[in-house]
Design a protein around this ligand. Structure first.
Ligand code: 5MM
Length: 342
């Protein structure tokens, strides 16, 4: 492992004013997104949609440090024959790859899942590196509900995340470690805090056991928020303060950066929370975004599968990337949202 190179990639992913675009929706997930806008999920439509984002003026060159791709996309060519991965590189962003292979039910743990994909991962990583990927992502999913999560689910997922991260570093690919505690339930913000704290403590324990170099990775956690179905939604300030307190208690300062997932927050909520988090003041790590939905909801709707809408969709995408870039520096203001020229 060349730790200096891994560290350079990790630092570049969280360079000031930049964050990560999570465009790694698996086939099932992108179909759901396309269904919502009335677009058939064909290989060509998926290519056209992602090409639209990668060519959006200023988005990748100014606000996006890296793009997480799904396996299909890393091998795809744009309409004019340029590999999509080249479009990303030409814009100055780093290509990354989702390497987990989704989830399976965890035996004896009703309702809980384990993320799979470790078998033959080393071989896959070699091919992705040769294709240009310099970072990777693996997402573990922890649900909060009556009597869950179990220790078994947390420990098994943390162990898999750490095994994945160690294999990535051995292949000279910087791992993004994503232990996502879902915000779907009716729990309150303090329950989210308690579960996320346990999950992060376990994850860093396992990363240590697998000899993962923290300087050569990025953490992609959920923010500490109220469950979506809880009647009392915590304020932006409470989310920011509890998220920072949690991270300061769980994440070693050797980690170069923390890039949050949006987890089902609305576009503006995800931006407002990131902004408030960064306004709290200097922290040991950079704090930025690695959003999927909160960057793509607006351009998806604007695009709706029609070539005539490409420019409007690109403007919507660049706008969200710009807003989140400002939030990553604590410089976003709500009134900037309405000042967008389209
Ligand atoms: C873009 O969505 C990613 C892929 O999910 P599937 O494997 O289910 O298709 C997902 O891992 C994403 O990167 C993270 O959950 C963050 O995305 P959000 O939308 O929560 O910001």
């Amino acid at each position: 492992m060349n730790l200096a190179d891994l560290n350079r990639v990790a630092e570049a992913l969280v360079s000031p004013g930049k964050g990560i675009l999570a465009a790694d929706e698996s086939s099932g997930t992108i179909k759901k997104r396309f269904d919502a806008i009335g677009v058939e999920s064909t290989e060509d439509n998926r290519r056209d949609y992602r090409e639209m984002m990668f060519r959006a003026e200023d988005a990748l060159s100014k606000y996006i440090s890296g793009v997480i791709l799904y396996d299909e996309t890393i091998w795809q060519k744009s309409r004019d024959g340029t590999p999509l991965i080249k479009l990303i590189e030409q814009a100055g962003a780093i290509p990354g790859i989702k390497v987990d292979e989704g989830t399976q039910p965890l035996p004896e743990c009703p309702g809980e899942l384990v993320t799979v994909g470790l078998d033959k991962l080393s071989e896959r990583l070699k091919k992705y590196y040769a294709q240009g990927a310099r970072f990777a992502k693996w997402r573990a999913v922890i649900d909060i509900g009556k009597s869950i999560p179990s220790y078994t689910a947390i420990h098994t997922n943390a162990h898999a995340l750490a095994r994945y991260a160690a294999l990535c570093q051995a292949a000279q690919i910087a791992p993004i470690v994503e232990p996502e505690v879902l915000m779907d339930g009716d729990h309150d913000i303090d329950r989210c805090y308690e579960v996320t704290e346990f999950v992060l403590k376990q994850t860093f324990q396992e990363l240590y056991a697998q000899k993962v170099a923290l300087e050569g990775m990025i953490l992609k956690p959920n923010m500490v928020v109220s469950g979506k179905k809880n009647a009392k939604q915590a304020s932006v300030q409470e989310v920011a303060e509890k998220t920072i307190r949690l991270l300061r208690n769980c994440v070693p300062s050797a980690v170069p950066g923390i890039a949050f997932l949006s987890g089902g927050q609305s576009d503006e909520e995800a931006t407002a929370h990131l902004d408030a988090i960064n306004r709290i003041g200097h922290q040991p790590w950079k704090l930025t975004f690695s959003y999927g939905r909160a960057l793509q909801n607006a351009p998806q709707k604007a695009w709706s599968g029609k070539p005539a809408n490409v420019q409007a969709a690109q403007q919507a995408f660049t706008h969200r990337a710009h807003m989140n870039s400002l939030a990553s520096k604590g410089e976003w203001k709500a009134d900037l949202e309405s000042r967008r020229a389209v």
